[in-house]
Design a protein. Structure first.
Length: 734
């Protein structure tokens, strides 16, 4: 039985229930009519028949009976599903419980079209752990039609998510009709070109691109979601990510423009100016937004707001003086708190990205923690509600398989297993503080996602893993059980025509350092014994070496491997080259740990013999936000050292900068170190992605490499005012 998310409690009984077109739905409470109608729609579209609905029956045999349960005895989301040989019984206190019972029942039905279905007898008692079980879709960078947005909502309903975070405005497009300000969509909804390829390529087309949702379309989508017990939380970005709005109404900026709707991804310097006229403008917009969306929370963004314009703006500086604000961070807090007071007066609450913590958190605001979990922990300790959405586990615009085999993505590496391992309630919180964790959400930013098919590819099957995490029944120690259930759902996704990723079928690799050296481990979700590989760089065939155990790496080699079934290759070919040096596989320690978004493999990544590819910011890199690399390598014995190589990366548009300097130190005891070479940022020149640092011939057992982070990014450079990223890979000793 492949139920996802796994129910809280399942008891199997003997026997089966046969559901066919003669089965009746016994509905004595019209309150649940909507849920019954949706179930019948499912049966009609998948099997060609509907079930008759009656309000009484002489016999309960061959019926699906729905009973309302006293809410005082259960959670509002609770449901009980009892399948006997003669009847299916659903009990719930609220519509949503009945809806979830039907979703479970749909998963119990065989997917093959048939005149009858045999269901196992069982008792399920089930309810979710978290109140916020969310998925996000960015429609600002790329626009998706209403039909697909509804389909996206259907996907959420299938797996019992209850929140759809709809990202509607950004620098690259304004997607929601505002009657009072028609130029927001006349001008702000269209850009005169887009980036082609990755940000680092800096290539553009000149095609006009855009679109927006009318208020009637939004009302339709909101109603569609409500039928499926999904709340839509709209996001209207402020004070940053505002260029599309400013292109239409430049008077609400610091400089007066003119502006062009953003063609380039990333963070742009022009933001809303916190003058009274701007607040009137935004309050009028939010008034229309709140009329359209009945959600308790309105998302106001609040992230990635450069302060460069504010620092030079007379309006901003006067506002800071008048309000006794010490810096631009407090000005941002003033901005958010002023907006919050307006939203609160309308009977709603704001939620924003964790930057809204800077300068002091608005009194009633909830926080969506994306830069790790630290912001969420801090907010929960201050008794603010939190939705956990860290990039490390919940950013579905990251790679989910080997970047070499995947479509272009933002960066990072977030496979299904990592999503499944996420715990929304950090151990740093007390049981009382943990009550402020509303739940979790996955985000799908669409800079590199242009089509509905690509959206599906990025969310499936990762959202299945998240659904079980937020339902509260995930068990990372038994990932294999989830994986087996997930693989059975692939047949359902195929039947529905969903373009899901099959990266889990690709061979996954892992490097281990042992006393015998580097071991290269290959795994397949199906059967690792069916992996074939080569050591000479040629493509594997059914006659190639059969994988039996981890491969020992003792020299430079290129390994290619693939999964075979019935003598046919079923996976993409995995390729990995190793370049061995004196540091490969040796013990390494880091003074500062990398950011959890870019920490796959840990410190071993720097001495595993695998050199990164600059174009794919996937699992090969360690990323440090505002921190230095300070790595100490124990070579195991005294070695002769002539030069050191370090792989580093610069992609300024992604806030990744070369280090200020790279210093090499050596020691014979691992305690007292002597500096033997140091190069400055200006001297960094890459050859095959590496910096070569020549040393006068030395003999030492310990080597320390310190790469000093670029630090705070100065004005005029991408990411100004934020911490620079330092990306490092292989350290070589020759």
């Amino acid at each position: 039985m492949a139920l996802i998310p796994k129910p809280s409690k399942v008891i199997f009984e003997k026997g089966n229930f046969i559901l066919n077109e003669n089965t009746k739905i016994l509905l004595t409470n019209s309150e649940f009519q909507n849920e019954v109608d949706l179930f019948n729609q499912y049966l009609k579209s998948n099997n060609g028949f509907e079930l008759q609905v009656v309000n009484n029956s002489k016999s309960p045999i061959n019926t699906i009976e729905i009973q309302k349960e006293d809410s005082s005895n259960s959670s509002l989301d609770f449901y009980k599903l009892n399948v006997t040989t003669s009847q299916i019984q659903i009990k719930a206190s609220r519509n949503i419980g009945v809806f979830y019972a039907f979703q479970t029942l749909q998963q119990l039905l065989p997917i093959q079209k048939n005149e009858k279905f045999i269901l196992p007898c069982l008792i399920i008692e089930d309810q979710p752990k978290y109140a916020w079980r969310g998925m996000h879709l960015d429609c600002a960078r790329h626009f998706f039609p209403v039909d697909f947005v509804k389909k996206y909502i259907d996907y959420l309903a299938m797996y019992k998510f209850n929140t759809f975070h709809w990202h509607l405005t950004d620098d690259q497009g304004w997607r929601i009709e505002i009657k009072k300000y028609p130029k927001l969509t006349e001008i702000g909804a269209y850009r005169n070109g887009s980036m082609i390829g990755h940000y680092s390529d800096q290539k553009f087309d000149d095609k006009r691109y855009g679109g927006f949702y009318t208020q009637e379309e939004i009302k339709d989508v909101v109603a569609y979601a409500a039928q499926r017990h999904i709340t839509i939380v709209p996001e209207i970005e402020m004070p940053g990510h505002a260029v599309a709005a400013l292109a239409a109404y430049p008077e609400y900026s610091c400089t007066g423009g003119p502006f062009e709707v953003g063609k380039i991804w990333g963070v742009l310097d022009d933001v809303f100016c916190p003058k009274d006229e701007t607040f009137t403008f935004l309050e009028n917009i939010l008034s229309e937004v709140m009329t359209l969306f009945p959600s308790e929370y309105i998302h106001i963004g609040g992230d990635e707001c450069p302060k460069i314009r504010w620092k030079k703006c007379s309006h901003c500086q006067k506002r800071m003086k008048d309000e006794n604000l010490k810096d631009e961070h407090e000005l941002q807090s003033y901005f958010i708190q002023r907006i919050e007071k307006f939203v609160n007066r309308k009977g709603r609450k704001i939620i924003g990205w964790d930057e809204i913590l800077e300068g002091g958190l608005a009194p009633n605001a909830a926080v969506m923690s994306w830069r790790g979990t630290e912001g969420g922990i801090a907010a929960a300790k201050q008794k603010h509600f939190v939705v956990m959405s860290p990039g490390s586990h919940c950013y579905f615009d990251h790679y989910q398989g080997n970047p070499k085999n995947e479509p272009i993505a933002f960066g990072g590496y977030t496979p299904v297993e990592k999503v499944y391992a996420f715990n929304p309630s950090p151990k740093e919180l007390t049981s009382e503080e943990a009550k402020y964790i509303l739940g979790a959400q996955a985000n799908l930013w669409t800079e590199y996602i242009e089509t509905p098919s690509h959206v599906e590819y990025m969310i499936f099957p990762r959202m299945l893993a998240l659904s079980e995490v937020v339902w509260g029944t995930s068990n990372p120690e038994n990932y294999t059980d989830f994986q087996n259930r997930m693989l059975q759902h692939f047949e359902v996704l195929e039947q529905k025509g969903i373009n899901f990723s099959k990266a889990v079928f690709d061979i996954t690799t892992k490097v281990k350092a042992t006393q015998k050296g580097i071991l290269f481990e290959l795994n397949s979700a199906k059967n690792s014994k069916n992996i074939r590989y080569t050591l000479d760089g040629t493509n594997p065939t059914i006659n190639s070496l059969k994988y039996k155990s981890p491969i020992k790496i003792s020299k430079n080699v290129t390994i290619k491997a693939a999964y075979f079934e019935n003598e046919v290759q079923k996976s993409a070919t995995t390729q990995q080259s190793f370049q061995i040096n004196k540091a490969t596989g040796k013990k390494i320690e880091l003074m500062h740990q990398p950011n959890e978004n870019y920490s796959h493999g840990g410190a071993l990544t720097l001495v595993d013999g695998m050199v990164s590819k600059n174009k794919t910011l996937g699992k090969d890199w360690l990323g440090f936000s505002g921190k230095d690399l300070n790595a100490s390598i124990n070579l195991g014995k005294i070695e002769t050292i002539n030069k050191i190589t370090v792989s580093v990366l610069e992609s300024q548009g992604s806030w990744i900068y070369f280090p200020e300097s790279i210093e090499v130190l050596v020691s014979n005891n691992g305690k007292e170190y002597e500096s033997i070479a140091k190069i400055s940022r200006d001297s960094i020149k890459l050859v095959d992605g590496k910096v070569f640092i020549n040393c006068q011939t030395q003999k030492a057992q310990f080597v320390k490499v310190i790469a000093t982070n670029f630090g705070k990014i100065p004005d005029g450079m991408p990411g100004a005012g934020s911490n620079a990223w330092l990306f490092v890979d292989e350290i070589g000793v020759e």
